[in-house]
Write a protein that binds this ligand. Sequence first.
Ligand code: NAG
Ligand code: NAG
Length: 327
Amino acid sequence: MSTKTKIAMKLRIVKYKFLWFLCSFILGCAITLYYISKVDHISSAHTGLSKYKNLKHSYFLVILILTSSKNYIRRKNIRETWIKSIEKYQVKYLFSIGNKDHVLDLKLKEEIHQYDDILLLNQVPDEFTSLSQKVLHSMKYIYEHFDFQYLLKCDDDTFVRVPNIIHELEHKFHYDKKLYWGYFDGRARVKRLGKYKEINWFLCDRYLPYALGGGYVLSQSLVKFISQNSDMLSLYTCEDVSVGVWLSGLDITRYHDVRFDTEFQSRGCNNSYLIVHKQNMHQLYNSLMLSNQVRLCFQEYKDRNAYEYNWKVAPSQCCVRNNSKIP
Ligand SMILES: *[C@@H]1O[C@H](CO)[C@@H](O)[C@H](O)[C@H]1NC(C)=O
Ligand SMILES: *[C@@H]1O[C@H](CO)[C@@H](O)[C@H](O)[C@H]1NC(C)=O
């Protein structure tokens, strides 16, 4: 072999090696790109959620206030009184309104625009009979859109001492992650007639123990449980009865508190109350403001005794009220 052919052969080998290298390089790139795109695809499907999660606002407490479109005055009362006390805290509040018929009057549109505190539920009719559905969808929305530790559900005629609730969650309950806190009833008779009648109730001859709907607090994990199982939950006429049923099988802390004045009628006024239902909000608020948050009532009084809940006896015996004359 001449040197020329030797050189030519070497050149050809170098050329093949180069081509081989080039092909491998391109193939390598292609494979890498393929995987990157695939991984990216997978992660974007996930980050759709987790990105969202990172954007979620964090709150210690979310307050869900059930209301209906026409209750302007009640929402105004709340905005003018106790809701002002949330400013210093990591608290978010929402008024929840059903909007299934998609007709918002001008006044409500303006209110939505002005305050940005109204959650419109497009799947839920704004009717009394849809309260359980309203609570369920609201909880689902809150669970999906906020990071929070506790949820307080109340009505638009409920007065809440938010600083005190927060203080107790921190110092009394020590951030209990399985808390169901309210004024419980275990012996309520099932309503078969009237506004609150239950048509599909078959679980027991009484309602299962539940915290009265004027105000109750749930840990995030309970809201999560409800949200994640929402497709399978039965809906009863009363939302508080429904929540009691939904959580009935769970191993959680049920804390009965006589400082929740959340019965169908207020029991009176007591400076120890944390939540009050159906009282004059401006009066309560003014009293608190004038006393540096100490006195809720200009004058304490009692119309009825509260009962303590006895968890050790049958629910029908749970809640014995001392009906002796109140002096
Ligand atoms: C207010 O509540 C406290 C503590 O529960 C109780 O000792 C007191 O008697 C109550 N006062 C009235 C007027 O109900
Ligand atoms: C019931 O209430 C009356 C008056 O408030 C009181 O004197 C009595 O000791 C109470 N009874 C019980 C069992 O708590």
